[in-house]
Design a protein. Sequence first.
Length: 272
Amino acid sequence: MAGDWAVELHGVRKRYGRGRTAVHALRGIDLTLRRGSYTAVMGPSGSGKSTFLQCAAGLDRPTAGAVRLGGTEITGMKENKLTALRRTRIGFVFQAFNLLPSLTVEQNVVLPMRLAGHRPDRRGAAEVLARVGLADQARRRPGQLSGGQQQRVAIARALVTRPDVVFADEPTGALDTTTASEILALLRQSVDTQGATVVMVTHDPAAAAWADRVLFLADGEIIDHLDRDGAGPYSRGGTHPARTHVDRIAARMTSLTAARTHTGAARTEAAA
Ligand SMILES: Nc1ncnc2c1ncn2[C@@H]1O[C@H](COP(=O)(O)OP(=O)(O)OP(=O)(O)O)[C@@H](O)[C@H]1O
Ligand SMILES: [Mg+2]
């Protein structure tokens, strides 16, 4: 049933430019993501990860194909309608937190509601801040918080509208390993206990290992995936992904990058 999918991409292509200099950033992506799933997207630099995320999140328009979010077709949707949908039904978490420094933590969290013209739900904000462990920080400003705390605020802001899906682009890219684990555990928890749906781009196998499924992109195509089932139980008291699973993901990435370098070398030779 269509309503069971948080995200659907059908034959999504994205081309930048035209003619001989055209870049085919996405070459036909077909993908359906269930509600309450946690998906990581990995791939070499330039493989199309950010383009994929932007097309899936309605921030950019595909050249061809269709995107549905929470059962709603967004392909061809008018810009103002799409903006409204993004504010209420999609959450975003970025590497650079993207908080407004002049607003308090609470004001940052309710910002999507205000922008959508709704009354800020202060109780909802308090609940979600408690969930990310910042109940007592609501009146502080982002500049007074650590990086990990700032990213928690960004996650609270992404979750407060109970969106159909949360898109995260390298959410732990600016954090140290320990703080990164806390953020990844928080995203995992929002999936497991709140039924959130998360799609996360990362280059770090240790981060990707928290997801239910890792998708591997190469040259604009999904060429492989790895599931967490069969990865064995979580290690470290059941709180962290098993080392063996992290290693499997890292090995898959290495072979993918090696294969690509090989192809690139072959192409260069053919051209010479
Ligand atoms: N606005 C643009 N105009 C032209 N080409 C673009 C544009 N944005 C991306 N590209 C090209 O599309 C391809 C995919 O880019 P994308 O940013 O999606 O890769 P990525 O996997 O996110 O890479 P990275 O890991 O370096 O962030 C690349 O070849 C890139 O140069
Ligand atoms: Mg990118």
